[in-house]
Design a protein around this ligand. Structure first.
Ligand code: AOF
Ligand code: ZN
Length: 374
């Protein structure tokens, strides 16, 4: 029997930590969703002692959950964690201190935390306490998962994920009415991806045209529906719209310009939505960079835009797109319609900033995920 490859097993446990962290994406904001795995025992005969993930709302942190579950068994163990353990005093003492106090011998961490309260101090603290620290294992994967946190910390806005469905000949809509492009399996996958965002954003045009629910409709996952955001400069959203009427169960935030009337705002608030004013452009459209900064200040880290080609292209023009998922169906419009990918988005996706991170089939649909380099 050959000796176990320590690098291979490190990767295996880090993969598990990444999978744990991914599970709570969309739930941990304003904090990042971190995964932690504690492993004990001699090389070749290790066993998982405990696992942890950042809890809904952001606390307790992942390491705390894993350390509490392991108890005394954490002494001498290895901690795999998808983000640098924190070093600042929040509501509780730092995770780095808890890790030291528990007697952990080794920490394998995927990446530094850019939060200025941490920024390398967590790793340094562990190393100073005599813990063997290695940083960067599967770092690119962790960075993709933590894109929301990193973007909010460094740019003050949430990461923006676009989702666009198009026909095989590239259109999002025809002359009249809504096109049903993606099939049932693709829709289930899209709902799962919704659950991993903090908010779903659309323009008021989509609300008026489709009256969408924008909820997660998967068995057992209704509670994972994220915040719904409508960009509505003139407050045209009807108080009878589905996403307003259901806002007691899934909150809806309407971002309006100063030109939206007080009466309309009051009617929407009375119907259960939250209305907030944000700056508008000279043309009276929502100022997208300002709106996203507002959302970042609220703590949102991952916003999915499902607002159709016009909003998508406006976001691309402002260089506010971090990932773009194109869902290509097998139906053909067969006549000129509204292109799913507008000129600004097409130029961004073709630029060296973006690469196709993955392409896969879900039922009859092709999913192509374009990712901007960090
Ligand atoms: C960790 N483990 O699971 C998470 C961390 O407001 P607080 O005190 O909860 O701190 C939030 C910061 O903690 C957040 O900005 C990020 O830097 C870090 N998140 N750190 O050690 C975790 N979620
Ligand atoms: Zn922490």
């Amino acid at each position: 029997m050959s000796a176990p490859d320590p690098v291979q097993s490190d990767r295996r446990y880090m993969r598990l930590a990444l999978a744990l962290g991914r599970r709570h994406l969309g739930q941990a904001w304003p904090n990042p969703s971190v995964g932690a795995v504690l492993v004990g025992g001699p090389p070749g005969a290790e066993r998982i002692l405990a696992q942890g993930v950042t809890q809904p709302g952001g606390r307790p942190h992942a390491e705390r959950v894993a350390l509490a579950a392991a108890g005394e068994a954490a002494r001498g163990a290895t901690l795999y964690v998808t983000l640098e353990p924190c070093s600042h005093h929040g509501r509780t003492s730092p995770c780095a201190d808890a890790t030291i106090a528990a007697g952990v011998a080794r920490v394998v961490s995927a990446m530094d935390d850019p939060d200025p309260r941490v920024a390398g101090r967590g790793h340094a603290r562990l190393a100073q306490a005599g813990i063997a620290v290695s940083v960067g294992l599967l770092g690119a994967e962790a960075a993709r998962d933590q894109r929301g946190h990193v973007t909010r910390i460094l740019q003050g806005r949430p990461a923006v994920f676009l989702k666009l469905a198009r026909t095989a000949d590239g259109f999002a809509a025809g002359g009249e009415g809504r096109l049903m492009i993606s099939g049932p399996r693709a829709n289930a996958e899209i709902h799962l991806q919704r659950a991993h965002c903090d908010a779903i954003m659309v323009g008021v045009g989509t609300v008026l045209a489709d009256d969408p629910a924008l909820t997660v409709r998967l068995p057992g996952m209704a509670a994972r529906s994220p915040l719904r955001i409508v960009l509505d400069p003139c407050l045209r959203t009807p108080p009878t719209a589905g996403l307003v009427r259901t806002s007691a169960t899934v909150p809806t935030l309407i971002l309006a310009g100063p030109q939206g009337s007080m009466e309309a705002a009051d009617a929407l608030s009375a119907a259960g939505a939250e209305v907030q004013r944000v700056p508008v452009t000279a043309e009276g459209r929502i100022d997208l960079p300002a709106a996203l900064r507002f959302l970042g200040a609220r703590g949102l880290t991952r916003v999915c835009s499902e607002g159709g080609p016009t909003l998508a292209d406006a976001l691309a023009r402002e260089n506010l797109v971090d990932e773009c998922l194109l869902v290509t169906g097998d139906c053909v419009l067969g006549q000129p319609g509204l292109p799913a990918v507008g000129p600004n988005l097409a130029a961004r996706l073709a630029s060296a900033d973006f690469a196709v991170a993955e392409e896969y089939r879900v039922g009859t649909d092709l999913f192509t995920c374009h990712v901007r380099s960090p």
